[in-house]
Design a protein around this ligand. Structure first.
Ligand code: SAH
Length: 397
């Protein structure tokens, strides 16, 4: 599933149903059966998690061979898989030279949340965020975004076994889901990669595919205001806002996109967010930075700002990273801050940091990828492709 290089087979992962059907028709499936074939492949890919065509046992052998010849189903390659003392898992994934990104799974008693990346690197340069120190390399494709969910479900054995398969009922995946929630809170700004995020999430929430309710999917933005209404209408997931400051002078510095879209405009977009209600509240994320944004006056202003918006406020203890210019607020200060917010009637859970020991907590994700000149990247890709075909040619047939 490398980005298209001259001889790579196109991936079927991440295509919507219509595009999947069109791809099969173009590969020679008779128009009369393209619909049914696309439905079968879709079901294998997204209900049973088939990693290859050979697994699709109700498709004729020669049809499987045709698919194999024309298309790829490859997942991202797992570079490292780490498990934290608290059970949080982090995967570093790779889909091509210099294209590396991270995905984090956070198990809790009543749910399992997968934190998914939308870009390699980021353009936003938020001062407290580790990813913000990595320049944008590129947007992830729908296949790469969805691939993160597939990888996690593979690793957690979270697929439904095909009907009639031996041991189906004994499989954990058949009884209790492991990935119950997806949050677009990994590397990158999802609203700067709108189309690809939308394509991937539509498969995550499709009742005949990964079948997560839209209520269990949350998109987090630093505040790309013009895209917020579209996110509501076209994606329809929950919304989280990385607010982090209550005055423009400070937000301009720590979340620089604020210079383009100031707090008042951001909050107006939240007031108008389609589907927000007391049952579907907008989450405001607020990272606690010692001596920077954690005064009790800030807490009061926060409450005043979100008045009238169905809101939840998530106070996030700052997670440190090498060279970070901030410290986490003292615990006693976080408690006082939280009390003001709670008294105003907002549930304000202080998010317990998860996975800090493996650098998997909020704002700690980063990969070594750097943007290369297109010419250098293409040279490297073609060298890899040549090495691969030489390797395949050496393999016994
Ligand atoms: N670009 C999107 C998606 C990233 S979500 C956004 O900004 O919302 C990641 C969340 O972790 C954001 O709320 C981000 O502000 C927060 N975060 C970043 N660095 C952090 C850190 N060092 N400690 C705690 N939270 C952090």
């Amino acid at each position: 599933m490398a980005p298209p290089s001259a001889d790579a087979k196109p991936s079927l992962i991440g295509l919507d149903r219509a595009a999947l059907k069109a791809a099969l028709a173009a590969a020679g499936v008779a128009p009369g059966s393209a619909n049914m074939r696309a439905g079968q492949v879709w079901n294998w890919l997204y209900v049973h998690g088939a990693p290859d065509f050979a697994r699709m046992s109700n498709l004729a052998k020669d049809f499987r061979a045709l698919l194999e010849e024309k298309f790829s189903l490859a997942r991202p390659e797992i570079v490292t898989a780490q498990v934290s003392r608290d059970g949080t898992r982090k995967w570093l994934l790779r889909t091509g030279p210099g294209i590396e990104f991270e995905t984090v799974y956070i198990p809790e008693e009543d749910r399992g949340t997968l934190c998914v990346s939308s870009q390699v690197g980021c353009t936003l340069t938020c001062k407290f965020c580790h990813t913000g120190t990595q320049k944008l390399v590129r947007n992830l494709t729908p296949a790469e975004i969805l691939g993160q969910v597939l990888i996690a479900k593979d690793a957690l054995d979270d697929w439904s076994a095909p009907r009639g398969a031996a041991g189906a009922s004994a499989r954990a995946g058949a009884t209790q889901r492991k990935v119950t929630n997806v949050v677009m809170m990994g590397m990158g700004e999802p609203l700067y990669n709108f189309d690809n995020v939308k394509a991937a999430l539509s498969i995550v929430t499709d009742g005949g595919a990964l079948a997560l309710s839209k209520r269990r999917v949350t998109l987090s933005t630093a505040g790309v205001v013009p895209m917020i209404p579209r996110a509501g209408h076209e994606i329809g997931s929950g919304l989280a806002i990385s607010l982090h400051a209550v005055r423009d002078e400070l937000r301009d510095v720590i979340v620089p996109i604020n210079r383009k879209y100031p707090i008042a405009d951001l909050l107006q977009a939240c007031r108008e967010y389609p589907g927000a209600s007391n049952a579907r509240r907008i989450t405001f994320e607020y990272v606690m930075l010692k001596g920077v944004n954690d005064s009790l006056a800030d807490a009061k202003e926060l409450v005043r700002l979100v008045k009238g918006i169905p809101a939840k406020i998530n106070l996030i203890p700052f997670n440190a990273w090498p060279g970070a210019p901030y410290e986490c607020s003292d615990w006693s200060q976080i408690e006082k801050f939280a009390e003001i917010v709670n008294k105003a009637g907002y549930a304000s859970p202080v998010r317990t940091p998860r996975g800090r020991d493996i650098m998997a907590a909020c704002g700690q994700l980063k990969s070594e990828s750097v943007k290369q000149r297109a010419s250098a990247r293409m040279a490297q890709e073609s060298a890899m492709a040549q090495a691969q075909s030489a390797h395949l040619a050496r393999m016994p047939h």
